[in-house]
Every structure is written in C-alpha cells, then in structure tokens.
Design a protein around this ligand. Structure first.
Ligand code: NAP
Ligand code: F7E
Length: 336
C-alpha cells in the first residue's frame, strides 16, 4: 500500500481548518492538527472526523501546541515530517484585534514567523501555505488583486501584512515553497458566531423560534465579497499543488453590503429585517474597512479555481443550517 502524504494544519479546530481536514482526508492524506489546550474540549468542528488513534483506520492525529510556543513547533514538525503545512491559526477577529493588539501581533503575525523558522531550522522539505487576508488591502479601493497595495486598518490587518511579507521573504531568501492565499471573507454554517454573517443567520433562526427579539449590529454599509468556506479550502490545496509557489487572491468578485446580507437571510424566512435590527455602537470599529471586492482571475487562470456558491445562496444555506440545529442549542450566544 502507498504511504499517505502527510499534512500539518495549524488552526484545525477553526472554520477553515475543519473543512480543509475533511478535504485532505477525502484525498487520502494523513492529517495532523495542532490544537490549543483549553479547559473544555474545543474540537467540536472536527469531532465527526476523529477516529481513535488506536484504531488502524485512524488518519487524523491531533497534537497540543500553540503558535506562541516556538520550541513546540520545532518538536512537532520534527516528529510529524509533513509534506504540506497549512498555517491557518490566528486570532482572526478584526474587532477583537483592537482590544488585543499585542496578542494578535504575537499569534497572527509572529506566530507565522515561528512556524517558518521552525521549518527552516530543521531543514524540512515541505510546501507551506499562509492564510493571508483581504483585510491587508484595508482602505485601498476595490477591485483588489495580487498587485494591489496594502493599507491595513486594524491590528489584525497589520499582523497579516507582516506574516505575508515573512512568507515571501522565506520564499525569496531560502527558496522555500511558501505561498500566500489572499482570501476574501468566506463563511459557512461553521463560521464563528461573532462574525457578521453567522451572527445574522443565528439571529434569524432564534427569532423564528421565538428565542430572540432583536439583533444588535454596527455598520450596515460595509461592502464585502462573501464566499463559501468549503470552496475556499479547495483553493488552498490547489495552491500547494501548483508548479511554483506564488500568491493568489481568492474571491467571488461579488459586492454586497451587510444590509444586503440581512435582507437575504431574513427574506428567506419571510421576515422584514428592518423590524428586528437595532444599532449598537459597540460593534463599530475605530477604523473600518469600507469595501472589499476581489479579482480572482489569477486563481482562475493558473489554478483553474472558481467559486461555486455566491452570497444570496450562502445566506440561505447558513439560515437553513441554523434553523435545523436550533433545538440543540440551550442558550443564546453572547452578543459579542
Ligand atoms: P477561526 O475559525 O477563527 O479559526 C482560527 C483557528 O486558529 C482556531 O483553530 C484557533 O483555535 C486557532 N488559534 C488561534 N490562536 C492560536 C494560537 N495562538 N496557536 C494555535 N492556534 C491558534 O478562523 P477561520 O475563519 O477558520 O480562518 C482561518 C485562517 O484564515 C485564519 O488565519 C484567518 O485569519 C484567515 N482568514 C480568514 C478569512 C475568513 O473570512 N474566514 C479570510 C481571510 C483569512 P481555537 O479553536 O482553540 O480558538
Ligand atoms: O465583519 C460589519 C463590520 O467581523 C464584516 C475575518 O474572517 O474577514 C473577516 O473580517 C463587516 C465589517 O468580518 C457587525 O464592521 C456590522 O465591516 O464578519 P466580520 P471582517 O471584519 O470583514 C476577513 C477577510 C478576515 O481575514 C478576518 O479574519 O460587518 N458589522 N455589524 C459587523 N461585524 C460583526 N462582526 N458584528 C456586528 O454586529
């Protein structure tokens, strides 16, 4: 039997990590994931993939680790010897990054350098994917592509710009196969509950079930290019199969406001969003990113990647998923 290819995913417990693990397992990989130790299990998004490691069929293996702990990254890489490393771990919430700028820099920014340096130190021959973000474009007007200058508007965006350049630097300085996927917003039923699309889809489900009266929100005029996370992890994998390491924008090219998304989600259950949504300045950011609309023609032309799900359908599938699990939730999410 052929030895399976090994991949290591940081951030495997997150939205993208869980879809990527699914994809790689389907493709026959042996998947290793780094999990942070917490006082409660934090593996809810990947539990359905887990087979006890004593079982000979097990192909998903989890290891404790943290991007702020460089020596652990060295020992893990040495032990696992992955052919592909996907660095998805980050403090990924833009609003929270204003509250925790230092931690965001240490994990989202310097964490990437720790991983790249660990790979270099042990001389591991592997392909490296860095989860870069459209937030790096910040205030630069759309459409944004690989040549668009960065103008980050948050500690999160600034940390991602640093990680982007470190990835390029390791590629140019040491000849590493290190690539940046510059992904625009992507969502799913597994999206964290405090990101805007999921906050909306959960609120719709809660309102229909009579568990919530109002939805408190911030800036409804921001324009985003929302895609489906399941489509986007395929682009990550394609980037590491390419002939050479390059950077790629991944986006749908569509532009909708937060108001539009509210309308798609509420209309799906025949409700008028304006009757339920109220303003709370807590959800405003000190500096906002007004408009992100990606031009992913390079990913289409070089990798053959195209998105399958676009925002109106995305809103509906997220609402449907939250409606179908509403009875399993015992309490409302905190309005963070
Ligand atoms: P997510 O759901 O917030 O998941 C983040 C993951 O990182 C979680 O597994 C989290 O672990 C882990 N993590 C956080 N800090 C860590 C640390 N110090 N050490 C180790 N692990 C740590 O994010 P996502 O939406 O899947 O996004 C994946 C990546 O793509 C992130 O880097 C994000 O910044 C980037 N990105 C996302 C989007 C998007 O629209 N989703 C767009 C562009 C780029 P816990 O489960 O323990 O918290
Ligand atoms: O906000 C506005 C908010 O938090 C989208 C991350 O995955 O994508 C994500 O960052 C917009 C913003 O995502 C609320 O002001 C209004 O304009 O869902 P979000 P984000 O900040 O775009 C990028 C590409 C990443 O890389 C990040 O990791 O919605 N908005 N009212 C609100 N946002 C939230 N969260 N909550 C509100 O109540």
């Amino acid at each position: 039997m052929e030895t399976p290819k090994k991949a290591l995913i940081t951030g495997i417990t997150g939205q993208d990590g869980s879809y990527l693990a699914e994809l790689l397992l389907q493709k026959g990989y042996e998947v290793h994931g780094i999990v942070r130790r917490s006082s409660q299990f934090n593996t809810g998004r990947i539990d359905h993939l887990y087979v006890d490691s004593h079982d000979p069929r097990a192909r998903l293996f989890l290891h404790y680790g943290d991007l702020t702990d460089g020596s652990r990254l060295v020992t893990l890489l040495e032990k696992v010897q992955p052919a592909e490393v996907y660095n998805l771990a980050a403090q990924s919430h833009v609003r929270v990054s204003f509250d925790e700028p230092e931690f965001t820099g240490l994990s989202t920014g310097v964490g990437s350098t720790r991983l790249l340096e660990a790979i270099r130190m042990i001389g591991l021959e592997c392909r490296y994917y860095q989860a870069s973000s459209s937030e790096m474009f910040g205030a630069t007007p759309p459409p944004q592509n690989e040549a668009t200058p960065f103008w980050p508007r948050s500690p999160y965006g600034a940390a991602k710009v640093y990680a982007y350049w470190m990835t390029r630097n390791y590629r140019e300085a040491y000849g590493m196969f290190a690539t940046n996927g510059i992904l625009f917003n992507h969502e799913s039923p597994r999206r964290g509950e405090t990101f805007v699309t999921r906050k909306i889809s959960m609120a719709v489900a809660n309102i229909v079930a009579g568990k919530q009266d109002y939805l408190y929100m911030g800036n409804l005029d921001a324009v985003r290019d929302w895609g489906y996370a399941k489509d986007y992890v395929e682009a990550m994998w394609m980037m590491l199969q390419a002939d050479k390491a390059e950077d790629f924008v991944v986006a749908t090219g569509t532009a909708y406001t937060v108001k539009d998304f509210l309308q798609f989600a509420f209309e799906h259950v025949n409700l008028d969003w304006e009757k339920y949504v109220r303003f709370d300045e807590r959800y405003l950011r000190p500096t906002e990113v007004d408009s992100l609309i990606g031009d992913a023609s390079k990913a289409r032309d070089v990798l053959g990647w195209t998105p399958k799900v676009l925002p109106p359908e995305l809103a509906k599938l997220m609402v449907d998923a939250d409606m179908s699990t509403i009875d399993l939730r015992t309490k409302l999410p905190a309005q963070l």
